[in-house]
Design a protein around this ligand. Structure first.
Ligand SMILES: [Zn+2]
Length: 388
């Protein structure tokens, strides 16, 4: 008589099959994590980020439980600026010196434009900026349009901005607000509130937080024109400050920034000092007020599933970093550019930390707190006209 496998043998086999499956899933998870870490570490989120850029994040997210984590990893890469330019056909270790040079010279730092002095003999210039991304961050950069995700952006307009504006009113501090034009279309009350406070600057931050690396030159020009049209309509004037939505530039971005007559860019990270941008080895006359993730709230507090970002840490963990950056800028006579997002910093206890930071900065003698525009005009005056 045929004797099938005993129950215990079957259990043992099915148990070991299950273990094997779970080990293999674990291995896949570890491999994915390692791949992600490597990509993040060397700044080449490459394939992941390109997929996010072309909207795969959105498609994956529709696969809910399974797809969401992956989508958010990819979207996170784009959001935190790892989108990068498409990976080269040949790996960089095969490039000759000319190729290495032309790659880094696409957009690079030129002349150091730190002025010899700040107005009124101030020791340091401090600029506080808020990127008012609201829902466009999620719908465009992340490719996610479900109600709960979008409500995170809505928080920035509904609760974050009122808190931010009230604190700035109370401390009498001017700031620069970089606003995607679609944010104003979704929340026109923000334009009304900003118009009541002419001490603040309203600056350019894309139409719907689109990633310029995903656009053709013609599309990028068209979308910027559309965004500038919203400023014409609401403010009767165009912004002078430009900040790319994902802190990255296409081959066309700087040409367009010059064509549209912006006074400065604030998206690059080559220095702590302000500098002149060079494109393809040529001076552009365009001033860069550099940003850096160390002085941005998103990497510290911007919670995304399954990314290296810590997300929900105590706000006071960050205070010594932001104070420390200020202290050295003060000693060096430099420029301090702090970037925040009302949907991130606008949370209750984070605003307590921001108040403490701003009160600390204000307590030092000789601190010039001004908009990016005022600082840019001072730097350009001090430099003479850097236009070649
Ligand atoms: Zn943004």
């Amino acid at each position: 008589m045929h004797r099938g496998p005993s129950r215990s043998a079957e259990r043992a086999r099915s148990g070991s099959a299950e273990r094997a499956r779970s080990e293999s899933a674990e291995r896949a998870g570890r491999a994915a994590e390692t791949r992600w870490t490597r990509h993040a570490a060397i700044g080449l989120a490459g394939a992941l980020a390109r997929h996010a850029a072309i909207g795969l994040a959105g498609a994956l997210a529709r696969y809910a439980a399974i797809g969401l984590a992956g989508a958010l990893i990819a979207a996170g890469a784009a959001a935190i600026g790892l989108a990068g330019v498409a990976a080269a056909e040949e790996p960089p270790w095969t490039w000759d010196r000319a190729k290495l040079r032309s790659t880094v010279e696409a957009v690079r730092a030129g002349r150091d434009l730190l002025p010899a002095s700040w107005p009124g003999g101030a020791k340091v210039a401090v600029t506080i900026s808020f990127d008012v991304d609201t829902e466009p961050l999620w719908m465009s950069s992340m490719g996610l349009t479900s109600p709960s995700v979008l409500s995170r952006g809505e928080y920035g307009a509904r609760r974050g901005m009122p808190r931010v504006l009230a604190l700035l009113d109370e401390l009498d501090i001017p700031a620069s607000f970089f606003v995607p034009a679609a944010t104003f279309q979704l929340h026109p009350e923000l334009a009304t509130e900003l118009k009541k406070r002419p001490q603040h600057e309203v600056a350019f931050h894309s139409y719907v937080h689109e990633n310029p690396l995903t656009l053709t030159r013609a599309q990028e020009r068209e979308v910027y024109e559309r965004a500038l049209g919203v400023f014409d309509e609401l403010f009767g004037k165009r912004p002078v400050g430009f900040r790319s939505a994902v802190w990255d530039l296409s081959d066309a971005t700087i040409d367009l920034v010059r064509e549209f007559g912006f006074l400065y860019d604030s998206s690059m990270m080559a220095d702590d000092h302000p500098y002149e941008l060079r494109v393809a080895g040529e001076d552009t006359g365009l001033l860069e007020l550099p940003v850096e993730w160390i002085l941005d709230d998103f990497p510290y507090f911007g919670f995304l599933f399954n990314t290296p970002m810590a997300g929900l840490r105590p706000a006071h963990d960050v205070l010594p970093i932001w104070k420390g950056e200020f202290d050295v800028a003060y000693e060096e006579g430099g420029l301090y550019v702090l970037v925040m997002h009302p949907q991130v910093i606008g949370k209750r206890h984070r605003m307590t930390m921001l108040r403490e930071l701003l009160e600390y900065i204000r307590s030092k003698p000789g601190v010039w707190i001004a908009t990016h525009e005022a600082v840019a005009r001072h730097i350009l005056d001090a430099a003479g006209d850097p236009t070649p």
